[in-house]
Design a binder for this molecule. Structure first.
Ligand code: SF4
Length: 234
């Protein structure tokens, strides 16, 4: 496959993944915790709605500690202009992240991560247990700065390999090299978040849920569960 064809196909993949997971917009000027909360709010919501929710919370509360100690009813009350749909779930997720961070670090900010090594940052964000690996990867890359090496989340590599966009690779370095050629910098965070989320939730290592996959029509992987156009093989 030529590089131009691979790039076009990758673009098609990203657009397809935006349907179930939503468009990815990053807020590079926000503090890291605000960004994490925005990415949590974005799940299942239009990014404009998520951004509106973030701005309301930033305006109505003194800080994230006040949000942390507020009741679900108080949070829902200030966010009520956004409608009832999913509000309980969103409020629960926000409170869970703030509670987890408080338990782990006695903090309601994430800027202390800047003083840590990349491995420690990764471990701490993963240990919070509330944000999925796609969000973790976006936050880690934002913290590492624009010159940092491209991350190679295994879920993303797995999906790209199965749909035939990259050849099977046996090291992070090889995967990075292939992907650096294909991914434009402006698509990077979308790629990180959507492909990692897809790899975790749908294109899982042992039991890919091909019947629920929006990429199934373009996928070369033959273990298409419930479909008739391929036999099991990896
Ligand atoms: S069709 Fe199956 S193997 Fe292919 S990308 Fe989707 S979940 Fe993964």
């Amino acid at each position: 496959m030529s590089e131009a064809v691979a790039r076009a196909k990758l673009s098609e993949v990203l657009r397809a993944l935006e349907k179930p997971y939503g468009k990815v917009i990053v807020l590079p000027e926000e503090p890291t915790l605000d960004h994490a909360l925005f990415l949590l709010l974005r799940e299942g919501w239009d990014y404009r709605k998520a951004q509106r929710a973030l701005r309301i919370l930033q305006k109505e509360f003194v800080d994230w500690n006040e949000v942390r100690v507020s009741s679900p009813a108080e949070l829902k009350s200030v966010l009520k202009e956004l409608g009832d749909k999913d509000l309980d779930v969103k409020v629960e997720k926000l409170r869970a992240l703030l509670a987890s961070l408080w338990k782990e670090r006695n903090a309601t900010a994430l800027e202390f991560l800047r003083e840590m090594s990349p491995e420690t940052r990764h471990r701490l964000l993963s240990n919070l247990g509330v944000i999925h690996q796609g969000i973790v990867q976006v936050l880690l890359h934002g913290l590492a700065g624009p010159d940092a090496a491209l991350p190679v989340p295994q879920g993303a590599v797995r999906t790209l390999t199965r749909i035939g966009l990259i050849e099977r690779v046996h090291s992070d370095g090889a995967a990075r090299k292939v992907m650096e050629k294909l991914i434009d910098p402006e698509d990077l965070h979308a790629y990180l978040l959507l492909l990692t989320q897809h790899g975790e939730e749908i294109c899982q290592a042992k039991s890919p849920r091909c019947g629920d996959c929006v990429l199934v029509e373009m996928c070369k992987f033959k273990r298409k569960i419930g479909l008739k156009d391929g036999d099991a093989e990896e």
